[in-house]
Every structure is written in C-alpha cells, then in structure tokens.
Design a protein around this ligand. Structure first.
Ligand code: CA2
Length: 144
C-alpha cells in the first residue's frame, strides 16, 4: 500500500479555537479524520506530523523518501520564511504537494510569496478541502 505523510506546520494545532473566519471551524483532529477517511477510500495509508519547529519539519521531509511515497504539507507561516524547508523539499525525489486552508493570495502581501513552491504544486483557499484535494493530487501522481 502506498504511504503519504501529511505535515501540518506551526500553530495549526490551534485550528478550531481561533480565527474561524479565516481557517474554518474544523479542529486539526477533525481535519485528520477527514483525511483518514479519504485515504481509506483510496486505499493509501497516511501518517501525520504537526510541528511548530522548523528543524523537525526539515528532518521529517529529509527522511520521508525511505518511508513514504509522497508528502502533503501545509507549511503554515514557514511557507513565507523558510529556505530550509524549501531546500529540503527540493532535495527529495518523492512528490510534495503544498496546501493552504486560506487563499494566501487574497491576504496580506507577505503571504503572497511561497518559498516552498519548489513543491510540485499548490492548492490554496479551499479550507479543509485543500488537504483532500492535495491528497488526491498526490495519489494521482504516485499511482501513475
Ligand atoms: O492558510 C493556511 O493554511 C496557512 O498556511 C495558515 C498559516 C498562515 O501563516 C499561512 O499564511 C496560511 C497559519 C496557521 C496558523 O493557524 C492558526 C489557527 C488558528 C488560530 C491561529 C492560527
């Protein structure tokens, strides 16, 4: 069975508690449940990592090709700042799909730039469905 790693970046553990107008009402656990349900339907297995630490995310990306066939990542604020995560993504040979709950291009200008866009593609602005669409994109690529 193909395996996909889902990475949630900093502060996404706070989902559902604050800023529901921007990020929706779902908690991170609720999002993960939806991802698990889709993964089961599509017969792939998923693991989850939520981390507020750049180095931990870099390590997870770097070691993922040994264990996973693809990554779906919401790098959160690191999207706009982290050359280290960008370089980690560029250094691995499995597909990486970048996702965002909000449409980063409709928000403050500093969010318009993604350094992680070294990823294969990006889905932004569809709330929890960004993760589901991101997982479908990853599955499509790894099943080819
Ligand atoms: O829209 C997204 O998914 C973001 O990656 C979310 C990040 C933000 O920095 C990016 O520009 C876009 C923020 C995640 C923090 O989530 C919170 C959730 C609830 C309350 C406060 C923050």
């Amino acid at each position: 069975m193909k395996k996909v790693l889902i990475i949630h970046g900093p502060n996404l553990g706070l989902l559902g508690l604050r800023e529901p107008d921007i990020y929706g009402n779902f908690s991170l656990d609720a999002i993960n449940e939806k991802i698990k349900k889709l993964a089961k339907e599509k017969k792939v297995s998923v693991d989850f990592l939520q981390s507020n630490h750049e180095g931990e995310i870099v390590d997870a990306i770097g070691s993922s090709p040994k264990k996973y066939d693809a990554i779906v990542i919401n790098p959160a604020a690191y999207t706009h700042t982290s050359v280290a995560i960008r370089d980690a993504v560029a250094a691995i040979d499995i597909p990486v799909v970048e996702v965002h709950l909000s449409n980063i291009y409709r928000r403050e200008e500093f969010r318009h730039k993604s350094l992680v866009a070294a990823a294969m593609g990006q889905i932004s602005g569809f709330g929890v469905n960004s993760y589901l669409l991101g997982l479908l994109a990853a599955i499509e690529i790894i099943n080819k």
